[in-house]
Design a protein around this ligand. Structure first.
Ligand code: IFM
Length: 441
């Protein structure tokens, strides 16, 4: 890897900070969702989470120990504005000043994400992402944050995983705000992408010489067999999951086949929410693409019966606690494919990780051997892609520590550091020491 390769870990505000109602923070859609019965496993909530709000400096000692040179985090929008979504809440901004300065003092480069899902409840009440008029509030927020931190932040991310925001939040209803409409989810996608394109020049003008990008969760689909039905289903899956975002961000239109499929199945009346200039706005050039990679998807068509289809040729290998297959080759191939088809100037793996729950041994260790294997094999996949010419400039593991995994509460553990959520004691796992060794070598 290059000498200046970015090695880091990633987190997000709502998942780790806690202190959800102090220092002037207004309510977020995730506070609301957690308070709604039966939305979160075990009725978990994030009022304390990892208490990172109070413990960030101790947590950053672990970054020093690891030897990372970057750290990806997100700003909580509801912390830094008042109910009018225009007036700054200085106490919230001051928290992030303390945090960022703490990182900079350690020589660690902060990657700042503006939207990692915990948006103000009042934004939703004004219409939220389904209402095009609400884009202006996100731009206002982007302006406030980039003015405030423009001279100290060099890496900006507009949105994290628009696919998850729209599909889990507006189509499947399993994330806040819990809506279930295919049409609305597509509108949300579109407005997220337009707001991204409009935020880029605002951030650039407030933060000269910085790099600005967006983060997509990409999951390559592969046909379960060579039948034409499985091939067709795979094409539609890839257009829905990956190309729906990559195509417009890199100068094309939304992919047609999947849109026609939704229309002919009566799921949507049409794609009638695109204004004249939108494609130009969405494809505003960026400095990097952030890719979150966890797994691949093996696609089996449901348009014919199993007995009429060809036998399955690809079977998923080992799976993590989230039931996501461990498939490092998918990362190498994805990087090569994205580079070949879209040529982003620069790519960062902004998330990659696995959910495994391991107990604390009697000597105090957490021997998460499967995470160690996952880490090593996926970093090797990155290395292979770099050797094949992909402009991959960094790898950030998800996540620094176990945290609030959205609808799954605290039962899915992604951390390099284990957290006892009763005592908040931190315990670096075997994978933590392995990652340190990899970075140092
Ligand atoms: O925890 C999430 C994160 O917030 C976004 N990307 C996927 C992670 C694991 O599910």
């Amino acid at each position: 890897m290059k000498k200046d390769f970015m090695w880091g870990v990633a987190t997000s505000s709502f998942q780790i900070e806690g202190s959800n109602d102090i220092d002037g923070k207004i309510r977020s859609i995730w506070d609301e969702f957690c308070d709604t019965p039966e939305k979160i496993k075990n009725s978990d909530h994030a009022k304390i989470a990892c208490d990172h709000y109070n413990k960030f400096s101790d947590d950053f000692n672990f970054l020093d120990e690891l030897g990372v040179n970057c750290y990806r985090f997100s700003i909580s929008w509801p912390r830094i504005v008042k109910e009018d979504l225009k007036t700054k809440n200085q106490k919230g901004l001051d928290f992030y000043h303390r945090m960022i300065n703490n990182l900079l003092d350690r020589g660690i480069e902060p990657f700042l994400t503006l939207n990692h899902w915990d948006i103000p409840q009042i934004f939703l009440e004004k219409g939220g992402w389904t209402n095009r008029d609400c884009i202006k509030y996100f731009l206002e927020y982007s302006d406030i944050v980039s003015r405030e931190f423009g001279d100290i932040i060099n890496y900006w991310i507009t949105h994290n995983e628009p696919w998850v925001i729209s599909n889990c939040g507006y189509k499947d209803g399993i994330h806040a705000p819990g809506e279930k409409s295919v049409y609305d989810s597509l509108k949300v996608n579109h407005h997220l992408l337009v707001s991204h394109g409009q935020a880029v020049p605002i951030i650039r003008s407030n933060s000269k010489d910085s790099e600005v990008g967006i983060v997509l969760n990409l999951t390559p689909g592969m046909p379960a067999s060579s039948s034409s039905e499985d091939q067709k289903a795979t094409l539609l899956f890839n257009q829905f999951f990956n190309d729906w975002f990559l195509d417009p961000l890199y100068g094309k239109k939304y992919p047609d086949e999947v849109a026609q499929d939704w229309i002919s199945n009566g799921l949507i009346p049409g794609i009638d929410f695109i204004n004249d200039n939108d494609y130009d706005i969405i494809s505003t050039p960026t400095d990097f693409l952030g890719i979150n990679y966890y797994s691949r998807a093996i696609i089996r068509s449901d348009s014919i019966s199993e007995s009429d289809n060809l036998p399955i040729e690809i079977v998923a290998g080992e799976k993590t606690d989230f039931d996501w297959e461990v498939y490092p080759d998918g990362l190498e191939n994805l990087l090569i494919d994205v580079h070949r088809r879209y040529s982003p100037k620069s790519i960062y793996i902004t998330e990659n990780g696995c959910a495994y729950d391991y107990p604390i041994e009697s000597d105090g260790d957490i021997l998460d051997t499967k995470r160690v294997e996952y880490l090593e094999s996926h970093i090797q996949a990155c290395r292979n892609a770099v050797d094949k010419g992909v402009p991959l400039n960094g790898y950030m593991h998800w996540s620094l520590m176990d945290n609030f995994e959205w609808a799954e509460g605290y039962c899915k553990k992604f951390g390099l550091i284990g957290i006892d959520f009763e005592t908040l004691k931190r315990t670096p796992k075997k994978s933590f020491w392995k990652y340190k060794e990899i970075i140092n070598s």
